[in-house]
Write a protein of this length. Structure first.
Length: 316
């Protein structure tokens, strides 16, 4: 996936990466956010409903997949049991459609995003960085949240620690247009839900866990059997906002089961191909189109730019 040639887009991507670097520090060979993660492989089996919704190839055949679960922070030693380092957790899915051909989903464990644009997100990260324990009140982040109610709602949304990566729900905050065989399209947002159901720890239970319990737990689970995640899409109705990641749709909107992801084994941490993966929030596949969400292009640019830096630093 190439970087854009537009200098404004490149400059914006650099600003986002720099904001993360300033907040978390630079750890060569790691992502600036969601640095600590674990990669698994398996397969996706689609439903008849998925085939009716879209002509996308992975909705019409069983497809190999990779899934990377991760903690939020850009710190590779971030503790799995500390909300400020682990939450929201990430889940990125790659559908392997052929040699050098794929489409991805990038999701996290909170069903919203704090800002509508990348520029606002940079402001958000700067405000967090400037709001250390010695900062006078109102701190920069308190001021930002006061003037950005959607960001305040995101921050205040409960983010409990799950018992397992495979017992958490994940949401793609941007909408996509799913195109059927007649050429008609409907907007929807992905939801990746645990087949075994959600299960969370109390604050006391989480504090008693080890710093790597989610990573170690997934390895143990896969050693004894498949971990299954259901892929759903929540469909928009006419009049719903489809270009704003801070706006949620009503809970009663129709949801369609697209298929089941069965994870069977881990990818070794030193696997070069696994480490080289750069996930892409833009589908780039027939049958699924990006919405006009202003976060999508900057996110894609940031992933490519930071991914190339990571590869170069790691010598891969």
């Amino acid at each position: 996936m190439p970087l854009p040639t537009d200098e404004k887009r490149l400059a914006l991507a650099r600003e986002v990466i720099q904001a993360f670097d300033d907040l978390h520090g630079v750890f060569p060979g790691y992502r600036p956010a969601h640095a600590k993660g674990i990669l698994a492989v398996g397969s996706f089996t689609s439903t008849a409903e998925a085939a009716r919704l879209s002509v996308a190839p992975h909705f019409h055949a069983e497809t190999p997949v990779f899934i990377r679960f991760s903690n939020f922070a850009g710190v590779p030693m971030a503790a799995d049991n500390k909300p400020d380092e682990a939450s929201p957790r990430g889940c990125a899915v790659r559908f392997q459609l052929g040699e050098h051909k794929h489409t991805d989903i990038v999701a996290h464990s909170t069903d919203s995003f704090p800002t509508r644009t990348a520029e606002e997100f940079i402001e958000f990260l700067h405000a967090v960085k400037a709001s250390g324990p010695d900062a006078p009140h109102p701190t920069p982040i308190e001021q930002f949240l006061q003037s950005h109610p959607k960001a305040l709602a995101f921050v205040m949304t409960p983010k409990p620690i799950p018992t397992s990566f495979g017992r958490e729900s994940y949401f793609s905050v941007s909408a996509y247009r799913f195109i059927d065989a007649s050429g008609a399209g409907r907007y929807g947002r992905y939801r990746i839900l645990p087949e075994a159901g959600n299960e969370y720890l109390s604050t006391e239970e989480a504090a008693a866990k080890g710093a790597n319990f989610l990573m170690e737990g997934l390895a143990a689970q896969l050693a004894s059997g498949a971990v299954k995640m259901q892929l759903w899409v929540q469909l928009a109705e006419p009049g719903d906002v489809v270009d704003d990641a801070t706006t949620q749709w009503p809970v009663e909107r129709q949801q369609v089961l697209l298929g089941v992801i069965s994870l069977t084994k881990l990818v070794p941490a030193d696997d070069v191909d696994g480490r080289r993966i750069i996930f892409d929030p833009i589908p780039r596949v027939a049958g699924i189109e990006p919405s006009a969400d202003p976060l999508l292009e900057p996110r894609a640019d940031v992933y490519v730019m930071s991914g190339r830096r990571r590869r170069e630093q790691a010598g891969i």
